[in-house]
Design a protein. Structure first.
Length: 116
């Protein structure tokens, strides 16, 4: 059974930082592309950042220079370090693991609220 479990969300003031974690089980983690998506109220889900099995990364323009995605294949985990948070970063952040169309899995998400 595949499980992706996110943690680390919460309430933070503008300019603050949070680190999200996603623990994966039930998959051969090191061959999957891992990604973080987010969905703000009333908006479509968007890709925030992704990291390949080889460590190549890409980011949404809105988070470049502020967010960093990383993975630890030994721990079957992916992380999202979020700095200089803005109110517009408020959203539910979800972890995604993708190897193919038939091997595409989602976590339930963790809420990040940026507010003073």
């Amino acid at each position: 059974q595949v499980q992706l479990v996110e943690s680390g969300g919460g309430l933070v003031q503008p300019g603050g930082s949070l680190r999200l974690s996603c623990a994966a089980s039930g998959i051969l983690f090191n061959i999957y592309v891992m990604a973080w998506y987010r969905q703000a109220p009333g908006k479509q889900r968007e890709l925030v950042a992704a990291i390949t099995s080889g460590g190549s990364t890409n980011y949404a323009d809105s988070v470049k220079g502020r967010f960093t995605i990383s993975r630890d294949n030994a721990k079957n985990a992916v992380y999202l370090q979020m700095n200089s948070l803005k109110p517009e970063d408020t959203a539910v952040y979800s972890c995604n693991a993708r190897y193919s169309l038939d091997n595409n899995y989602w976590g339930k998400g963790t809420l990040v609220t940026v507010s003073s």
